[in-house]
Design a protein around this ligand. Structure first.
Ligand code: SF4
Length: 70
């Protein structure tokens, strides 16, 4: 089964919320610093397409999806 991990670089996050709009179940905004917060770091195969769409939506490349087989 294919799984993936969402990796963030919070220092790049510009708080634009595109990722939250695309996948609100996976991404939120950290109230402490106003930057992205990953709610589900480990993504199961059924959700990989949605996670990929959210990662691609980020205008500053603060998100990355790392695929892993298991
Ligand atoms: S889309 Fe990118 S810049 Fe915008 S909140 Fe998400 S991680 Fe941050």
């Amino acid at each position: 089964m294919e799984t993936a991990e969402i990796i963030t670089d919070k220092t790049k996050c510009a708080s634009t919320r595109q990722c939250v709009s695309v996948a609100p179940g996976m991404f939120g905004i950290d109230q402490a610093d106003g930057r992205v917060k990953v709610l589900t770091p480990h993504v199961q195969s059924d959700d990989i397409d949605l996670a990929d769409e959210a990662v691609e939506s980020c205008p500053v490349q603060a998100l990355r999806l790392q695929l892993a087989d298991r």
